[in-house]
Write a protein that binds this ligand. Structure first.
Ligand code: FES
Ligand code: FES
Length: 148
C-alpha cells in the first residue's frame, strides 16, 4: 500500500491491519514516534492524520492510505508546529523526553484547531500521559503559544 508520510509517498509492504506505529518505526525508521502502552492509553505513539492527533498504535495502516500523515520528524515544517517546539524549548518542558513527541503533536493539533484554547480545551486535548509529570510545563508552553 502507499502511505503519505511527512510529505512523501512511501510504498510499504505490510499486512493491511499492521499498526501504523510499526510501519513508521520499523519500515521507515522514524523512531521519534514512541511505543508506550499499545492500547491507545498513553499517547506516546501520537501522529497527525490530516491534522488530527491520532494514536498510531491502534490505527491499521490501510485505514490511513491516502491521508496526510505527519510525525514529529517534520512537525516544524508547519508554522504552528515550529512555534510549539520553540515553546517547548523555552519552557524546558522535557524531562526524560519519552512522551514528548506525542505531547508536541497533540499540542500542535490543538493549537491548529483552537488558537486560543481555554483550560477545558487544553484538558480535553492534552490527554497524553507523562510519567515524569511535566504537565504544568506542558500547559505553560501551550499557553505561551496561544498568547503569542
Ligand atoms: S502506545 Fe499508543 S497510546 Fe500508548
Ligand atoms: S518527559 Fe518523561 S515521560 Fe514525559
Amino acid at each position: 500500500m502507499q502511505l503519505n508520510i511527512n510529505g512523501a509517498t512511501h510504498d510499504v509492504d505490510v499486512e493491511p491491519d499492521t499498526p501504523l506505529l510499526w510501519v513508521i518505526r520499523e519500515e521507515l525508521g522514524l523512531t521519534g514516534t514512541k511505543y508506550g502502552c499499545g492500547i491507545a492509553q498513553c499517547g506516546a505513539c501520537t501522529v497527525l492524520i490530516d491534522g488530527v492527533a491520532t494514536r498510531s498504535c491502534v490505527t491499521p495502516a490501510d485505514s490511513v492510505a491516502g491521508l496526510e500523515i505527519r510525525t514529529i520528524e517534520t512537525v516544524e515544517d508547519t508554522e504552528i508546529g515550529r512555534r510549539v517546539v520553540e515553546a517547548w524549548v523555552e519552557n524546558e518542558v522535557a524531562q526524560c523526553g519519552y512522551c514528548q513527541s506525542g505531547q508536541v503533536l497533540a499540542a500542535t493539533a490543538l493549537l491548529s484547531d483552537i488558537p486560543n484554547p481555554t483550560d477545558a480545551d487544553i484538558d480535553g486535548a492534552m490527554t497524553n500521559l507523562c510519567r515524569c509529570g511535566t504537565y504544568n510545563k506542558i500547559r505553560a508552553a501551550v499557553r505561551s503559544v496561544s498568547e503569542a
